[in-house]
Design a binder for this molecule. Structure first.
Ligand code: BES
Ligand code: MN
Ligand code: ZN
Length: 503
């Protein structure tokens, strides 16, 4: 991950037209009566004799989201090129949302590969959104390419300051937004690292390295320690791989913590399905089955960087689900950490098994809040698609998390845990089965109900199923690259900030 260097600059017309950048980014809006210029473009328009919109329209600009149009300035201002990025349709009263600015900034940054120095006026509309969008949009993962096509990363972005607020406030916003966006790109790097290089032991080491660099306490349980302490879920799932499982615990304890927050993330470094083997088509996507773990590792580090007044612990189980000779089988009964037993009916429902161990361990510390996230079920994609996280758990906290998620621009929707679906998990042999023997549908909800059995009463719990949103298998859009997306890092940042403020 390489972040462009971001610098704040003044917002007077003279300063904007004198910006010695290669490309200056302005916004266009898809108005009811044709495209219009977004706020901030006025000095650029004036330098082009009031003809900016006319010129952009003549070369095809419509203002719709994900559109990029480039215009040479012919020496009329210091920038060589003006890049117009579409913000889409405005909301009620002509308002532009933060997410529109974030996405348009991302689309612009994606189109700026190879540019040494760019500038943007979108930051004058919403500085935080422009910073986040620019960093996330500039993200690329080319560590495994022996040669890039000559277009290096975006080097630097000059951000025109908003008219309101003080320079000190702008600096603080830039710093916090950069930290959040870099947490997203750090998460994407982990997800995008192929499974032959990112396996439980190497993932644990990378987590420890990230934590160590920011003063976060690290404990790694290897397979011996897991056996000694009875982590039957993690050991069962990890048994079929030559690369043994791990449980990583990371702790950041802020000063005068307002609450204790436990984070848990699914870290399946590759999911073949195990003995209940997955079909070959698209199995490579299962390199992303550790997205939840990557998110939680990066989020504790963020909590430390932003010094939230919270006690935050991440409990991250890591295993590779493989069909080796020592693999667990359908029919096995696993004794989980804490003693509950689980009848395995499908080895491809492995995420909930490693999560159950981790949840029980995390809750031994008596957290006020428990948040888990996982690429848990294909059912999430069936129900909500690729861009909307399913949020389940304790009703009040679930709703709070879903609302905060939408405010960050990461889609999310509250989903129920219908009591009647729980009976499907009743097992004749053990305390619970890992899947319903006879499906009644609602597999995302059934997985949530399975996890609920391991969450103690009194803990405010939210479970985020990110099977679709964690990994973009389609083309890039807005600030979202192909591959790992980093969802729901920004939601978690918002939830932690909200808990830090309100308890
Ligand atoms: N990792 C998968 C879920 C998944 C599917 C994530 C597609 C991303 C994209 C999970 O381990 C799994 O295999 N779930 C099964 C459970 C089933 C066997 C009950 C599923 O949802 O199909
Ligand atoms: Mn699976
Ligand atoms: Zn899985």
């Amino acid at each position: 991950m390489t972040t462009p260097k971001l610098t704040l600059t003044g917002n007077s017309p003279a300063e904007v037209t004198a910006l010695a950048v290669d490309t200056l980014v302005v916004g266009t809006i898809q108005g009811a009566d044709g495209p219009t210029l977004a706020p901030g473009a006025e000095p650029v328009d004036a330098a082009l004799d009031g003809r900016l919109l006319e010129l952009l329209v003549s070369i095809g600009a419509t203002g719709k989201a994900d559109e990029v149009v480039k215009l040479p300035t012919m020496g009329k201002l210091a920038a060589t090129v003006v890049l117009a990025t579409g913000l889409g349709k405005p909301g009620a009263g002509g308002a532009l949302s933060a997410e529109q600015v974030r996405r348009a900034s991302g689309t612009a940054a994606r189109a700026l590969g190879g540019v040494k120095r760019a500038g943007t006026v979108l930051s004058a509309i919403d500085l935080q959104a422009a910073v986040e969008g620019s960093i996330m949009g500039a993200y690329r993962f080319d560590r495994y390419k022996s040669a890039t096509n000559g277009d290096g990363p975006l080097g630097r972005v000059d951000l025109v300051s908003p008219a309101s607020g003080t320079p000190k406030e702008h600096k603080a916003t830039l710093k916090a937004a950069t930290a959040i966006a870099e947490t997203v790109t750090c998460t994407r790097d982990l997800i995008n690292t192929p499974p032959n290089d990112l396996f439980p032991a190497s993932f644990a080491e990378r987590a420890a390295a990230l934590a160590g660099a920011s003063g976060v306490e690290v404990t790694i349980l290897d397979e011996k320690a897991l056996r000694k302490e009875g982590y039957g879920g993690i050991l069962g799932v990890g048994g079929g791989s030559s690369r043994p499982p791990r449980l990583v615990r990371l702790r950041y304890k802020g000063s005068k913590p307002k609450a204790k927050v436990a984070l848990v993330g699914k870290g399946i470094t590759f999911d073949t399905g195990g003995i209940s083997l997955k079909p070959a088509a698209d199995m490579d996507h299962m390199t992303s089955d550790m997205s939840g773990a990557a998110v939680m590792v990066a989020t504790v580090v963020l909590a430390a960087k932003l010094r939230y007044p919270l006690d935050v612990t991440a409990t991250v189980p890591m295993a590779e689900n493989m069909p080796g000779g020592a693999a667990y089988r359908p029919g096995d009964v696993l004794t989980m950490y804490g003693g509950k037993t689980v009848e395995v009916l499908n080895t491809d429902a492995e995420g909930r098994l490693i999560l159950a161990d981790a949840i029980v361990r995390a809750c031994e510390d008596d957290p006020d809040y428990l948040i888990d996230t996982a690429t848990l079920t294909g059912g999430q994609i069936v129900a909500l698609g690729n861009r909307t996280t399913g949020v389940m758990g304790s009703e009040e906290f679930r709703d709070r998390v879903a609302t905060l998620a939408r405010a960050t621009g990461e889609g999310a929707w509250a989903m129920p845990l219908p009591e009647e679906l729980r009976t499907g998990l009743d097992s004749k042999l053990a305390d619970i089965a890992n899947v319903a023997a006879a499906s009644n549908g609602g597999s995302m909800l059934v997985a949530g109900l399975f996890l609920r059995d391991f969450v103690p009463d009194g803990v405010q719990w939210a479970h985020l199923d990110i099977a679709g949103p964690a990994y973009n298998t389609g083309g890039p859009w807005g600030y979202t690259a192909k591959g790992g997306t980093g969802v729901p890092v920004r939601t978690l940042a918002a939830v932690l900030a909200d808990i830090a403020e309100h308890g």
